[in-house]
Design a protein around this ligand. Structure first.
Ligand code: ADP
Ligand code: MG
Length: 234
């Protein structure tokens, strides 16, 4: 619990700073991208075109990092509404299915309910599932199975379990997962899980990760059911 508190304090501080800075970076970046695009399509020189292409994809990368940060903007500015967790999940799975198939990965789903109502910020919750599923896919370079299970715990909270058969996370690294910029990937940002922890926090939920090196990783996300959320928000 102490670790959870420490983490969420740190995230709030990062979040407030990030939301402001991210916004200021966006505007000049848009203009850079516009001009690089014009140069790219008007240039006849192969070398210049190649360099401009690299510049464009690097600009996209900055944009991606910035938008991850903007996710940390204060929860009051978000629109919380009643949504069905199961259809959110179905949507996210359909978004990532092609990517999984290309890597010989099967996504198996096991939903205990046809519907489960949550009061949530839809895009943020989807973002969490996208981040977690992407990590699962990236952890299985030679294919395998990802299983997604939805059940309920003793408090009546929805529990989403996302389990992969990937490389796993060594024990000494597990505690650092979710720190800003902590990544073990060559092209990683180390922001996906930080953002996800923060979003689940803002929903009064709880996300935990367990992993066995060489066997796989399970992400457990508990989200309070609708009625409870309404009560705790009063
Ligand atoms: P990124 O994916 O950009 O590296 P994340 O915050 O999403 O950033 O993840 C941080 C790190 O946690 C990853 O670099 C990876 O080492 C580890 N990780 C996260 N999910 C998994 C998983 N399902 N299997 C193995 N390692 C994982
Ligand atoms: Mg990631």
């Amino acid at each position: 619990t102490e670790e959870l508190l420490r983490r969420s304090e740190k995230l709030t501080a990062v979040g407030e700073l990030a939301a402001g800075v991210a916004h200021e970076i966006r505007n000049p970046l848009t203009s850079l991208k516009g001009f690089a695009n014009i140069l790219h399509s008007s240039s006849e020189d192969g070398k210049s075109q190649e360099f401009l292409q690299i510049m464009l994809s690097e600009i996209d990368r900055i944009n991606f990092i910035v938008s991850e940060f903007m996710m940390l903007a204060r929860p009051q500015e978000k629109e919380f509404a009643e949504r069905d967790l199961i259809s959110l999940l179905r949507h996210v799975v359909s978004l990532l299915k092609t990517q999984a198939i290309l890597k010989d990965i099967v996504i198996r789903t096991d939903y205990e309910f046809d519907h489960f109502l949550l009061v949530c910020e839809e895009n943020q919750i989807k973002q969490v599932f996208v981040n977690v599923l992407k990590n699962a896919i990236e952890a299985m370079p030679s294919g395998g199975m990802i299983s997604i299970k939805v059940t309920k715990n003793e408090n009546g909270d929805a529990v989403v379990l996302i389990k992969d058969q990937g490389v796993g996370i060594p024990e000494h690294q597990l505690s650092r997962i979710g720190e800003p910029f902590y990544t073990l990937k060559e092209n990683g940002t180390g922001l996906g899980l930080m953002v996800s922890f923060n979003i689940i926090d803002n929903h009064n939920g709880r996300m935990t990760i367990t992993s066995i090196e060489g066997e796989g990783t399970t992400v457990n996300i508990a989200l309070p059911a609708e009625e409870k959320h309404l009560v705790s928000a009063q």
